[in-house]
Design a protein around this ligand. Structure first.
Ligand SMILES: Cc1ncc(COP(=O)(O)O)c(C=O)c1O
Length: 302
């Protein structure tokens, strides 16, 4: 079995929702992908498409990423013999930077103040100046990003819930996960709800606050049946509780998805909600939220 064949088919885990037995909440454990995040799906699909079109011959792959897509590119590049260069905000967690270097990728750090938008601008300039050197998959504008979720994530969720899913809810980064998975599930009658941070400055690494960020070209704001917002502090509290009571170490974005899935569960009388855990918390342990709190947190799962 090749590395590419090991991507996807991640487990669907039920998260105990204690307030009603008519609502069930499930999460796709995307950290079970080979490089540890949902981004293996998009990176592999974008690279495969470029290989088929001969766009990578003699080229270095470069992209802007808050980390996970970069880690996926770096893992696949190491395995397929493709040189990888990545731009990421200088405040991206140390662990992420070390993982990228471990796979042999070259890193360009950009201003923390400009977040991933700054990384994107940096890459665009470098590619314009060196068009023969680089292949730029541009995950924010590449249809193979969301396309892979139509082909894989959506059908997996449909199958794993025995076609019982009623609500799909997920946060927006490049928007690939939400857009692609919804394009598969929505025609089957599933209500699709997108989530954004509730403030422009937030701790939900990998997510965008659309009103104040560069909106990805692949984003289709007509898809969501409704939208919800996530609060960073509430997400981190839930992350601690999930570590303590469920043995699930959630990343900030995974915790935010779960937090809003629970908010949605409070609103609907019955149904089956599915969300995604893009990655786990291992790369975020230096974040202050994880160390400055006491761990006498009550159990929200019983
Ligand atoms: C940790 C994390 N969560 C969520 C997302 C959002 O996924 P998508 O880019 O498919 O919208 C990302 C994307 O970079 C991410 O890194």
């Amino acid at each position: 079995m090749s590395l590419l064949d090991r991507i996807g088919n991640t487990p669907l885990r039920e998260i105990p929702y204690p307030k009603s037995d008519k609502v069930r909440v499930f999460a796709k454990l995307e950290w079970c992908n080979p490089s540890g995040s949902v981004k293996d799906r998009a990176a592999a699909n974008m690279i495969q498409d470029a290989l088929e079109k001969g766009q990578l011959e003699g080229k270095t792959l470069i992209d802007a990423t808050s980390g996970n897509t970069g880690i996926a590119y770096a893992m696949l590049g190491a395995s397929l013999g493709i040189p990888i260069e990545l731009a990421l905000p200088e405040n991206a967690s140390k662990e992420r930077q070390l993982i990228l270097r471990n796979y042999g990728a070259k890193i360009h750090l950009t201003s923390a103040m400009e977040a991933t938008d700054g990384s994107q601008r940096f890459v665009e300039q470098l590619v314009n100046e060196n068009p023969d050197k680089y292949f730029y998959p541009d995950q924010y504008n590449n249809p193979n990003n969301w396309g892979v979720h139509v082909k894989t994530t959506g059908p997996e969720i449909w199958r794993q819930t025995d076609e019982k899913i009623t609500h799909f809810i997920a946060g927006l980064g490049t928007t690939g996960t939400f857009v692609g998975t919804s394009r598969y599930l929505q025609p089957k009658g599933v209500t699709c709800i997108s989530v954004q941070p509730n403030t422009p400055m937030h701790g939900l690494e990998g997510w965008k606050h659309m009103e104040t960020a560069i909106v990805p070209g692949i984003y289709d704001n007509t898809i969501a049946d409704s939208t919800m917002t996530a609060d960073t502090e509430q997400a981190f509290r839930l992350a601690k509780a999930a570590s303590k009571y469920l043995g699930l170490m959630l990343s900030p974005s995974a915790a935010a998805n779960l937090s809003v899935a629970f908010d949605l569960a409070d609103q609907i009388g019955s149904g089956t909600i599915v969300t995604t855990f893009a990655d786990n918390g291992m790369k975020y342990l230096q974040d202050a939220f994880w160390t400055n709190d006491d761990y006498n947190i009550s159990n929200p799962f019983i």
